[in-house]
Ligand binder design. Sequence first.
Ligand SMILES: [Zn+2]
Length: 80
Amino acid sequence: MANETKFTCSACDKAEWHDPSKGHIPFGWCNRDIEGTIYLLCNSCGIEGRNAPDISPILCEIFASKGVFFEGCKKWEHRT
Ligand SMILES: [Zn+2]
């Protein structure tokens, strides 16, 4: 318990306490490189995996709501 560190999802702000000695990051989470920046994503935001070629529309929306816009999101812009 004492070794637990708080990890926060870069997208949805979900927080999880995790002991880094039991694994680099919480189970199911991933560090994903999106257009040159590494984001820590929780088990729902990072579900596509760290090497997914596309950013999902949902993830685009979450980041857009935080004022973060990715080049890769443009292709979703005109969809409803
Ligand atoms: Zn998340």
